[in-house]
Ligand binder design. Structure first.
Ligand code: HEC
Length: 147
């Protein structure tokens, strides 16, 4: 069956409405402060705040979900980042990691920050408070190296 040209836009419209039924799960698992990176590693207040602002939405159980996370398919894409981020590194369960794993994760933090991969560019575009100046980035790298 050939779809008549005049039906294409209405069909896309209906699909966009239908996919809204598939909502993402926005419940954050409970956080145990005793396991949390910033709460237990005691970085300086400045560094701690920056780590939370720049990394915690994807790498912890304290993700915040702005209004556009209600809109599929954007919501699916963001949830993918959060799932992927938590899987690789979850600051909310930091103290469940073995010493080896901690050291490895710290090395990875240095690597992704030196290469400018993190925080993700699409994220800082929508979260200006997560943007790091060159100096802030250097300070965070130095901190990750120091522990
Ligand atoms: C918008 C979400 C988001 C933010 C914000 C974010 N990350 Fe990530 N991060 C991810 C995702 C998604 C992955 C997994 C990438 C992949 O699948 O390879 C990841 C992977 C990582 C990894 C593992 C890399 C590897 O080699 O496996 C480290 C370390 C990391 N991020 C550190 C950070 C740090 C430090 C910050 C803050 C400065 C940060 N991330 C901010 C989403 C994010």
């Amino acid at each position: 069956m050939k779809l008549k040209r005049k039906y294409i836009l209405p069909v896309i419209g209906v699909l966009l409405i239908l996919i809204q039924l598939f909502r993402i799960d926005k419940t954050n698992p409970p956080v145990d402060e005793k396991l949390d990176f910033v709460a237990t590693m005691n970085p300086s207040e400045e560094i701690g705040k920056k780590i939370v602002a720049a990394c915690y939405d994807c790498h912890s159980y304290t993700s915040e979900y702005p209004w556009y996370t209600n809109v599929a398919p954007v919501s699916w894409w963001i949830k993918g980042h959060i799932n992927g981020g938590r899987k690789h590194l979850n600051f909310s369960i930091w103290n469940e990691y073995s010493d080896d794993k901690k050291n490895h994760k710290l090395e990875e933090c240095v690597e992704v920050m030196e290469n400018g991969w993190m925080p993700l560019g699409t994220y800082t575009w929508l979260h200006p408070d997560a943007k790091l100046s060159d100096q802030e980035r250097k300070d965070m790298i130095a901190y990750f190296k120091s522990i």
